[in-house]
Design a protein around this ligand. Structure first.
Ligand code: MN
Length: 710
């Protein structure tokens, strides 16, 4: 009887009468499994008790606990569903029946069979979500005791767990559960890979710990300084399967996959989340474009958090997740959170409500699809919400992360196809290369031999492969880009001085090259394009060779007379927008050549420009084209009343409502009544910026807002 005492000690959240009913189920199941043994050699009954214990830790209701004790009775003993119904009532009988049906599904390699098991799973969930929770606990215990099974069975069960049960747990938001299932199946399915990663992690453990505690300390101190004294800061453990996945999915090396230090900050309110973000961004330099706001836009399973990446000390990358205690509970336990804590989320619905909604969607989908295969496709895209499946014209499946575009697809098929793609068709219709793909589409890519990747693609591609492919190509292209840019600059300067470059005789050019120690004209252009040599100066030198006069001094050059270089895109190889003043289209601007770096564009009234004007020879007149493409970073100063809750959250919400996004938050100053915040947002143009400012202004706790001076 001591076995029941062990379980009973975990049931103190239940009523006495409920515990008594559980005891009855316990006695019934023990009798039924009498004499049976597990593959481990233990009495079979150890298993249902373990499953019940797992569920009791999650504080599941007494009916689930009863059904978990009885879950293998129908399958493994001669007792019928009717008998259980007779003794324990229909609710328990239905739960046991649901689990039994799920257990009977054999997942074969055959896709149709897999589809069938997914279908069963959905049906079981739709009847009662507790069936799935019991099945997951059953699977967890089986995984924990997997070692006693023969290899073949171990292999099949762990694959099935990786393919179906872990994603289901993840879909239900049960992150802790999902991690444990993944780690167990990873070690069983890929024992060699598991061991190798495990050993490698062991080797770096000591140095890892030192870095972790250093960063942890810095984070804690900064939080305390910003009067976020309650903030909990801790390093997140690296899971071997996640390291493996990072290496596999992102083609990362072990060093790359583990050079990421992950931390979590837990605070009391949504507003504190954004304040903590400001603190973190002031402590370390954020990696541009890596900030994701899952608080304003929660994930499919209700997950909420702020994610950001930073450049840490000694060049390590730091990943920080910031969330409230409630968000943390939901992130870890998902659907079972309400059983743990009675909580409500008014804005996005409780995890249970969301799950119910998801399941009814699935059911509807099932009614609308004839074949199991089509259904599994739909379910899969739901279970693996981060993946889509599209087809090549030959019918091969290409797997891509959600949000992937035509260009991502092209690079996934082959780097050469990515590098030379010029257009694409989806289901025979021409579509832009930036189009985001949806599962099931057939994509054909049209390539041209002399085509090359456009740097602006980096704005929308999301796969590491496409990004890497484009960057790599551009790096090789850097010389030729620099040459083109240099040629453009020099030709412009020469024509501004009233001479047509084409009319200069090759002989004069060769003499000039010899005198300046350049082997080819391209070398000279490259040097100009990279900013090592100033086009105006070279132009004067060259022209003075023609006229046989000494070069004119820099001071004599009248920049006003030189037509400015037009900027028509936020992305370009040789142009950078200064982060000190964040120029946006239509701002009066000042171009400055930096040796080795190319052209930097500042706002005309930027304080740094005063200094730069002292080197007029580096000045390149620039101006905006009538229409400018791409997104620009704009900097906004906000004066916020501090003594209001959720003000930062409302500001972020306002930015999102104005169809912009936050690129960075920094808290500059904080008094008892006011906070001064610098917010960087992504905008298209001035009109867009004005809209963002207006929306922020309307937030009740904002005392003042304006674009940063520079
Ligand atoms: Mn079982």
């Amino acid at each position: 009887m001591f076995l029941f005492d062990g379980l009973k000690s975990k049931l103190n959240y239940l009523e006495e009468s409920q515990i008594e009913q559980i005891h009855q189920a316990y006695l019934f199941a023990m009798e039924a499994h009498k004499g049976q043994k597990r593959d481990t050699g233990e009495p079979y009954f150890v298993h249902p008790i373990a499953v019940a214990s797992i569920l009791s830790v999650m504080h599941l209701d007494y009916q689930s606990i009863m059904a978990s004790l009885l879950h293998d009775v129908v399958e493994d003993t001669g007792i019928t569903k009717e008998a259980i119904e007779h003794t324990f009532g229909s609710v328990i009988a239905e739960l046991v029946d649901g689990v039994t049906k799920l257990s009977q599904m054999e997942i074969l390699d055959h896709a149709e069979a897999q589809a069938e098991s997914f279908r069963k799973m959905v049906l079981a969930m739709s009847r009662d979500i507790r069936v799935i929770l019991i099945k997951l606990a059953d699977r967890l215990h089986n995984m924990q005791t997997l070692h006693s099974l023969p290899y073949k069975k171990r292999h099949r069960i762990s694959k099935e767990t990786l393919d179906i049960y872990a994603p289901v747990a993840n879909r239900l938001g049960m992150h802790m559960f999902c991690i444990e299932l993944e780690e167990l199946s990873f070690s069983a399915f890929y024992p060699r890979r598991y061991r190798i990663i495990c050993n490698s992690v062991e080797k770096i453990r000591t140095s890892y710990k030192v870095t972790v505690s250093m960063i942890e300390d810095e984070l804690r101190q900064s939080m305390a300084k910003a009067s976020l004294r309650d903030a909990t800061v801790f390093a997140r453990e690296k899971h071997l399967y996640s390291i493996y996945k990072r290496m596999k999915d992102h083609k990362a090396s072990f060093v790359d996959a583990t050079n990421m230090y992950a931390f979590r900050v837990i605070v009391n309110s949504v507003d504190e989340c954004y304040r903590a973000l400001g603190v973190v961004h002031s402590l370390y330099k954020p990696v541009p474009g890596k900030f994701v706001d899952y608080i304003a836009m929660p994930k499919f399973n209700g997950y909420q958090s702020l994610h950001t990446c930073l450049f840490g000390p000694h060049g390590v990358q730091i990943e920080v997740q910031i969330r409230t205690h409630t968000m943390d509970q939901i992130a870890n336990y998902g659907i079972v959170t309400p059983w743990l804590y009675k909580m409500e989320d008014k804005t996005h619905g409780s995890p249970q409500v969301r799950t119910q909604r998801w399941i009814s969607n699935l059911l509807e989908m099932q009614q609308n699809t004839d074949s199991s295969l089509e259904f599994i496709d739909n379910v899969k895209s739901d279970l693996f919400p981060d993946e889509i499946y599209v087809f090549t014209p030959k019918g091969n499946i290409v797997e891509l992360p959600k949000g992937a575009t035509v260009v991502d697809f092209a690079y996934m098929v082959h780097t050469d196809i990515g590098n030379s793609c010029v257009a694409a068709k989806i289901d025979h219709q021409f579509i832009p290369l930036s189009t985001i793909l949806v599962s099931g589409q057939t994509v054909s890519i049209i390539t041209m031999t002399e085509a090359k990747p456009n740097p602006s693609w980096l704005n929308f591609v999301i796969t590491g492969r496409a990004r890497g492919g484009i960057r790599n190509f551009l790096k090789n292209q850097k010389r030729s880009e620099a040459i083109d840019f240099g040629r453009l600059l020099l030709q412009k300067c020469i024509s501004d001085l009233g001479v047509d470059f084409e009319n200069i005789s090759p002989q004069i050019i060769n003499e000039f090259l010899a005198s300046t120690h350049f082997e080819t004209l391209d070398d000279l252009f490259e040097d100009i394009g990279l900013g090592n040599r100033i086009a105006v100066f070279v132009a004067h030198q060259l022209l003075s060779t023609i006229k046989g006069e000494p070069g004119t001094a820099f001071g004599d050059i009248d920049h006003e007379k030189i037509a400015p270089l037009l900027i028509s895109d936020s992305e370009g190889m040789a142009i950078e927008f200064a982060s000190c003043c964040c120029p946006i289209p239509r701002d009066p601007i000042f171009g400055y050549l930096q040796p080795g770096k190319g052209l930097t564009v500042h706002r005309d009234n930027c304080i740094n420009v005063v200094k730069l004007r002292r080197n007029p020879e580096m000045h390149v007149p620039v101006s905006w084209a009538d229409e400018v493409k791409g997104l620009f970073v704009a900097s906004i100063d906000i004066d916020m009343m501090t003594n209001h809750r959720n003000s930062l959250a409302s500001i972020v919400q306002a930015v999102v409502s104005a169809e912009s996004s936050v690129d960075d938050i920094q808290i500059k100053e904080r008094t008892s009544s006011h906070s001064f915040i610098v917010l960087k947002v992504m905008i298209k143009n001035r009109t867009h910026l004005e809209r963002v400012l207006r929306y922020i202004e309307n937030v009740s706790t904002v005392a003042g807002v304006k674009r940063s001076n520079s």
